[in-house]
Design a protein around this ligand. Sequence first.
Ligand code: SAM
Length: 256
Amino acid sequence: MSNCTLPNRSEVWLQSLGWQPTAEQEKQFERLFQQIVQANQQLNLTRITDPSDFWEKHLWDSLVGIAPWLPTESSVQRQDGFSVDSSQSLKVIDIGTGGGFPGLPIAIVKPTWQITLLDSTQKKLTFLQQVTAKLGLENVGICCDRAENLGQQSSYRESFDLAVIRAVGSASVCAEYALPLLALQGYAVLYRGQWTTGEQEGLVAAISKLGGELVAVSPVTMPHSQGIRHCIYLRKIEATNPKFPRRVGVPARKPL
Ligand code: SAM
């Protein structure tokens, strides 16, 4: 186990998201951090193992994407005007979860949500299985497959209320993975770094073929490093054409 512990940033959570974790959730974050640092000695899960960086780039960054679903202080207004009913229990998929981000922090703060962690690499998923057992997270399921395959399986297609996807591909590739998996009126959150008008035009063209619409683009400044991120919110408004997602590898090779 690492002797380093995560910094206490209760005030930063409150100021930046208008929300803060409970004492038990803070303990779960710490357990998650310790497990990841330990497993990282054998598995290449993440480059981010410094406690302060882990807090910001894995915990805070994972949760800023679902900020619209966190119960916030009424004094904190979202700049993008995007709002949802934060009290509902959602069925969520984290596509290309890797070391469990953003899915695991979401599972910790949203115990009533059912979270499926999807990745094509079994090694990482075996670790995630152990971590969820150690943390007692009963709301997490693990799935080893490619998003292109899952999106064509009737038991998964059009079945999720929310899809989250970080660092898996270009925005239109992420949209082709996520939209077929969403139920009508479901949302996808694309976690992006810099965001350009060219990317936005490409994404809007792609989602018009996939039954989606762009709901909001939220620029966020990271509270510690001041890095810039963008959370892109999509909504599914029509059934996705059965030809999407295309065969394994095609979305990345020939983005829409
Ligand atoms: N989302 C995590 C994060 O932000 O820390 C991990 C990002 S990692 C760079 C990309 C992950 O996506 C890898 O674990 C890879 O195996 C997975 N992946 C890439 N393409 C995929 C696909 N088509 N279906 C399922 N998983 C995929």
